[in-house]
Design a binder for this molecule. Structure first.
Ligand code: BF8
Ligand code: SF4
Length: 668
């Protein structure tokens, strides 16, 4: 019987792993980024790679999570000599509190994003802006159906208002029932589990505030209770981002396959290049429109037109819906500026390094901030409002057109590296693909392939770049291993960016990277439901805020199989988790029952108890657990083992249920 667990219960990693010598480390697996890094830097400047090296050695109290700064008697650090903080907090309390607060931080980012989109929808239906409209009434109706909103005799605007008001209740309402976007998108088994464990949130805002309260000095010191509070908060992260994805699809359209390109080579010296960076599509969608409208002005300035390129998750939003080329993921954001051919970088929220602005000062690049909560000293700031979105976007693009004339030709060096990519694989798009084989119940095509042993399961690759490891390397090596073993892979965030940059999203790439079973499956579904774009090796599902698309897929698989989600052969991996958002996503994935690999050690090693809760006990309670493994080869093996274990168990439970004419066993 395959093992789902690591054999080393409580046997913590050798901390030396955390402190590899920076001189021994290859910085990046991305040839374009490497090429730029090997060039000259403007005098006095550094890149994120240099600053990581300068920070070494990093503090081991922080690395292992045993530093508490939750009151100003601290910092208190746990050592062999001092096993308690000044107030008496033990390692397990401090580590659990720190992790829970990371989750609260991540949840705040995603839910603020979702809230902003909800406000935008309301402005649209109230007629306060004419720059946006409801682009996907079909999705609006699907969301209404799911939420139980009657559509009878109501127009799209009325429905959108009703849906948005329900979303506001999930953010800040006072209700006794769990948040609707959580409750209506999960299995009955998960609904009961979350209620029984008292981790079903009733309001996002209330839960995040409650988490800060629970983890304050002199509050909760029980690590299990704190971690349950953390999971409740993580389910708010799920709720907020599901709202964001649904409303973004309603407003900008549900993504379907679209052909484009990725990596720094997409920056074109003949064009005015506008890089959009951050996460929120309300701004970038307008930039795309403004760029189209201002083509003539760019030509008058001597360029061939305006080219919008994407960075980080704004890039992922635009690649999904608009086919805008993706220039960089997180660790390469400075490299885009270093090409010397980005005329304006327009940023919104999250993952924007202040250093990118500093670097832009050495070039002609205009650096523009647009969100009230994200200002960077020295950057041009526009208070972006939906009411005059297109006009503001045009002003910003014009700044890029003006800057185009001020380029320093001697500083331009664009790596000749880019790959064709097909993105736009929302869960709806995947279902459409599967529907060619199973028109009545598309997900059955996927489940049947798993039950027949043609596919090994499904994996979600998500998360960031983290400077502790070689950029993109473990994303690529783990995914290649899984593809070879016939795993269907979906991806989001900077992980999807890494795959796009390396050619795994290129049409037909599944033939190069996929095992025989995966190739056969994709050939079959594509023949039955052809696309004009062709199929990639990895299916890009969007930005970090879109991770519930993968959860929706897992839930659909579970419901078709007649089991709860922990039984579905579905795993997740965040090889380079970095942001607080990655911690919250990983945590709700565990609560939903996924084995979740994290390739960079999170700060839990300081407490053997917390370490074993997240890697072992979580499985007993929720069916999901963390696999904390920095070695890519071992990680791939553990993910494949987890899938094998689930397939084996699913087979046994299904065969037994059939024999006794009963439902499959509820246990996992
Ligand atoms: O939200 S994957 S580095 S860009 S946090 Fe950031 Fe991480 Fe990239 Fe997108 Ni997500
Ligand atoms: Fe130290 Fe306790 Fe204050 Fe934390 S809360 S800093 S452990 S006294």
């Amino acid at each position: 019987m395959p093992r789902y667990r690591q054999t080393t219960v409580g046997d913590l990693k050798n901390q030396a792993v955390q402190r590899r010598k920076i001189t021994d480390t290859k910085r990046t697996a991305d040839p374009a980024t490497m090429e730029v890094l090997c060039g000259e830097l403007p005098e006095g400047n550094t890149t994120v790679f240099d600053r990581y090296a300068s920070q070494q050695p990093q503090c081991s109290f922080g690395l292992t999570g045993v530093c508490c700064r939750n009151c100003i008697q601290g910092p208190c650090r746990i050592t062999p000599k001092n096993d308690k903080g000044i107030c008496g907090a033990a390692d397990y309390t401090i580590v659990a509190r720190n992790v829970a607060r990371l989750i609260a931080g991540g949840t705040s980012c995603h839910s603020t994003h979702g809230y902003h989109i909800a406000e935008t929808v309301l402005k649209v239906v109230d007629g306060k802006t004419s720059d946006y409209s409801i682009k996907d009434p079909e999705k609006l109706h699907a969301v209404c159906k799911r939420l139980g909103v009657s559509t009878e005799g109501k127009n799209d605007e009325e429905l959108a208002r009703e849906v948005t008001l329900l979303a506001f209740e999930d953010f800040g309402g006072h209700r006794e029932e769990p948040c609707r976007w959580l409750d209506t998108t999960i299995t009955q088994g998960r609904r009961e589990k979350f209620r029984n464990c008292n981790i079903a949130p009733t309001s996002i805002d209330r839960t995040v505030v409650g988490m800060l309260d629970q983890t304050a000095m002199g509050q909760d010191s029980d690590p299990v209770n704190i971690i349950f509070g953390g999971l409740k908060t993580a389910l708010c992260d799920y709720t907020g981002m599901h709202i964001a994805t649904d409303l973004q699809d309603i407003l900008f359209g549900t993504p379907y396959p679209v052909a484009t390109e990725a990596n720094l080579g997409v920056i074109d010296a003949d064009y005015v290049n506008i890089a959009t960076h951050g996460h929120n599509p309300t701004l970038s969608e307008m930039i795309v429109e403004a760029a189209l409208q201002l083509k003539g002005e760019a030509e008058a300035a001597g360029a061939k037109g305006v080219k919008v390129v994407g960075i980080c998750c704004t890039g992922n939003e635009l690649i999904m819906r608009q086919g805008v080329a993706l220039a960089a993921n997180k660790a390469s954001q400075e490299m885009a500026v270093l090409t010397g051919a980005v005329d304006a970088m327009i940023v919104d929220v999250q993952c924007i390094m202040p250093a990118t602005k500093a670097l832009a000062e050495c070039f002609h690049t205009q650096f523009i901030t647009t969100a009230s909560q994200v200002k960077i000293p020295g950057a041009q700031h526009f208070d972006f409002r939906e009411e005059d979105a297109l006009e503001t976007a045009k002003t910003m693009v014009r700044m890029g057109i003006e800057a185009y004339g001020k380029r320093k030709p001697e500083l331009i060096r664009i790596p000749d590296v880019k790959h064709a990519a097909v993105a736009g694989w929302s869960t709806e798009a995947l279902m459409k693909l599967f529907a060619g084989v199973e028109p009545e119940e598309p997900v059955k095509a996927l489940n049947d392939a798993i039950l027949a042993g043609e596919l090994s399961g499904v994996a979600l690759f998500a998360g960031c770049n983290n400077l502790r490891v070689t950029q993109d390397e473990s994303h690529l090596s783990i995914v290649k291993e899984l593809l070879k073993e016939n795993v269907l892979v979906v991806a989001t965030g900077c992980s999807a960016g890494a795959f796009a940059k390396a050619g795994l999203l290129t049409p037909g790439a599944y033939r190069e990277y996929g095992g025989e079973g995966l190739q056969r499956f994709l050939d079959r579904v594509h023949e039955a439901s052809p696309t004009s774009t062709g199929l990639p090796a990895v299916f890009h599902q969007g930005s970090c805020v879109d991770n519930t698309r993968a959860a929706d897929l897992m839930v659909a698989m579970a419901e078709q199989l007649g089991v709860d989600t922990p039984k579905v052969p579905f795993v997740a991996s965040a090889p380079e988790a970095m942001h607080e958002k990655a911690v919250s996503i990983g945590s709700w994935c565990v609560a939903l029952g996924m084995p979740v690999h994290v390739g960079v050690m999170p700060p839990v090693e300081g407490s053997p108890l917390v370490y074993s809760i997240v890697t072992q006990v979580a499985h007993d309670v929720y069916g999901g657990h963390f696999i904390l493994e920095s070695d890519a080869e071992l990680a791939a093996k553990q993910l494949l083992d987890a899938l094998e274990y689930r397939r084996w168990k699913l087979d046994v439970h299904r065969a037994t249920a059939e024999k006794y004419d009963a439902d499959p066993a509820a246990s996992w």
